[in-house]
Design a protein around this ligand. Structure first.
Ligand code: AMP
Length: 422
């Protein structure tokens, strides 16, 4: 028997109802805020990710699924969505008709990470991006929207962590100050941090190794080096969050692993799964469009880890998975060929009316069909045997009260609709 690829997962029918509920809730909320869906390819030219994510990141260095296709092109299964969304915005010149585009997309990403609990090589993200706006209000709106989503999904213990990464004006001076600080402590840092130190010193700030954390505890903060514009931008975002009663923590160590992020950067964390963990992360990436050869337009967005969000919702809302598992409205226990054919026709008519009636095509005994009706959780059962068919009268049974009532053969569908829609 052929097995699934390591690090990949199946989302089984018993789980998919919860996934659909979360996706529906997110899409509904985003639509209320004026966002539209964008659908982007699963594969892109390798170069797109190498340039946008950065050559010296873990993703590009060792995690991408890259192959040479039969025409000789280097293509990669997308490890994230932002690069493709920006590529689509630029390639389709969406900025020409409406410069500010608000979009979301939901789908799988691929990274060849070490598989472990909650980490997959194909995982799912909900991505939201606002392209073409530099406003701090847009950053605030994205954070508020994320918090509203958590509220609609009844996820508790959610906190917002916020920082500013500055811009090409002010970051170089900060980088210098940070490098000087790191230089004095390089010998206590882990090998990854020593390697990162020159190319990507900001990454040393978010290393999880305890010795590195200790060594970086007193590191200079980007916030103390922001230029006036970045300072005003950051304050504008914070002010809007305060005015909307969204509490947040400023976290000097919050940096993004990807190179194109500027100014506002944030993470939404929850302790719903025990330890504190990030369920979504995002921020501004004003430098990306120009880096990809397009006009120098600003942008901001976030990604939610959907696998993790599903787990959080399942754990923190009792019974939520069952609530989003649809049960049949009716079970038709049909005995004999003629009854089965008749029941089958009703099933199709009821489906047209939005009623899910389930039946057994295997010709099992009445007893085993009634058992199945029970197991499926159908609230009503309609019993149809040779005799009922001959007499023109059927029995409709309420599975909870066990009460039975007659239904006339000529008017089965309208009578059922009356009962089931009542
Ligand atoms: P990132 O694109 O790395 O900023 O990640 C955004 C979100 O995606 C994170 O908060 C994670 O919850 C989720 N995520 C990233 N990598 C994985 C993975 N390998 N498996 C499951 N979820 C992931």
């Amino acid at each position: 028997m052929i097995q699934r690829i390591r690090g990949f997962r199946d989302i089984l029918p018993a789980e998919s109802g919860l996934w659909q509920y979360i996706e529906r809730t997110a899409a509904g909320l985003f639509t209320d805020f004026g966002f539209k869906q964008i659908r982007i390819p699963l594969m892109e030219r390798t170069e797109l990710f190498a340039r946008s994510i950065g050559e010296d990141t873990d993703i590009v260095e060792k995690e991408m699924y890259t192959l040479t296709d039969r025409g000789g092109d280097q293509i990669t299964l997308r490890p994230e969505a932002t690069a493709s969304v920006v590529r689509a915005y630029l390639q389709n010149k969406l900025y020409a008709t409406e410069p500010v585009q608000k979009v979301y997309t939901i789908g799988p990403m691929f990274r060849r990470e070490r598989p472990q609990k909650g980490r997959y090589r194909q995982f799912y993200q909900i991505n939201v991006e606002v392209l073409g706006s530099a406003s701090a209000l847009v950053d605030a709106q994205l954070i508020v929207m994320l918090m509203r989503l958590m509220a609609r999904l009844e996820v508790k213990d959610v906190s917002v962590h916020l920082n500013s990464l500055g811009c090409p004006e002010c970051r170089p001076a900060y980088r210098k100050a940070l490098l000087a600080y790191i230089d004095g402590r390089a010998e206590v840092l882990c090998s990854d941090c020593r390697r990162r130190q020159q190319n990507n010193p900001l990454r040393v700030l978010d290393c999880k190794v305890p010795d590195c954390r200790d060594a970086m505890a007193q590191a200079p903060a980007m916030r103390d080096h922001l230029c006036d514009d970045c300072q005003a931008h950051f304050e504008a975002c914070c002010t809007m969050l305060q005015r909307q009663d969204v509490p947040f923590e400023i976290d000097n160590r919050l940096v993004r692993g990807l190179d194109y992020y500027t100014r506002t950067t944030f993470e939404i964390q929850t302790s719903a799964l025990g330890a504190q963990s990030a369920v979504a992360g995002g921020g501004r990436y004003d430098g990306l469009m120009a880096a990809l050869g397009g006009p120098a337009l600003p942008a901001t967005g976030f990604a939610i880890g959907l696998d993790r969000l599903v787990e959080i919702v399942a754990q923190s809302v009792p019974g939520v998975a069952d609530r989003h598992q649809r049960l049949p409205d009716l079970y038709v226990a049909a005995l004999g060929d003629a009854s089965q054919q008749q029941a089958y026709l009703w099933l199709c008519q009821l489906a047209d009316e939005g009623i899910w009636a389930e039946m057994d095509f295997e010709d099992r005994s009445l007893k085993s069909q009634m058992k199945r009706a029970d197991r499926l959780g159908a609230p009503w059962t309609l019993i149809l045997g040779e005799r009922e068919l001959a007499e023109g009268r059927l029995v409709l049974r309420n599975m909870q009260t066990k009460q039975q009532q007659p239904v006339s053969l000529d008017t089965v569908v309208p009578e059922l609709l009356g009962h089931l829609k009542a």
